[in-house]
Design a protein around this ligand. Structure first.
Ligand code: DQA
Length: 140
């Protein structure tokens, strides 16, 4: 099974960025933990701060991998282009957020991509990614 994790804007700064919200662990270390927890799953990772590059990545992997775990960062809240890209591909996409966006500012309560995704996981810290992988593995 092949799963692609895609992280959007500012998530390259995990571990340094607002640690009281996003924790103090960088994604690279967490990715190693995920890979050892799921040795049977090929877990690929991509991060970009650029909306169009996230769309290109969805197009590139979205017809061949078994599932995509997408944290679109702030693009979540307004990118219709990402919504359309998720609709355009055939791989199932799980929307994830590290923080519970519903406990935060009102502008984070709306997601432009949820309706295009198979499910949404938020609020469990970095564990949100593991729960999304768990869901994709179970759904397979
Ligand atoms: C986030 C929540 C978004 O509102 C925010 O813009 C992010 C991170 C999260 O993982 O909690 O960049 O997607």
């Amino acid at each position: 099974m092949r799963i692609q994790i895609i992280n959007g804007p500012n998530l390259n700064l995990l571990g340094m960025r607002e640690p009281e919200i996003y924790g103090n662990k960088g994604f690279d270390g967490y990715l190693q933990e995920l890979r050892s927890a799921y040795p049977e799953v090929q877990i690929e990772y991509y991060q970009s701060n650029v909306e169009g590059e996230l769309i290109n990545k969805l197009h590139e992997v979205g017809f061949s991998c078994d599932g995509i775990v997408l944290n679109a960062g702030a693009y979540t809240h307004y990118s219709i282009a990402l919504h359309d890209a998720i609709k355009a591909i055939s791989s199932p996409v799980v929307e994830v957020h590290i923080s519970n966006v519903h406990q935060r500012e009102e502008f984070r309560h709306h997601s432009a991509i949820s309706a295009a995704c198979v499910g949404v996981i938020c609020g469990f810290g970095l564990n949100s990614y593991r729960l999304a992988i768990e869901a994709l593995v179970a759904e397979r």
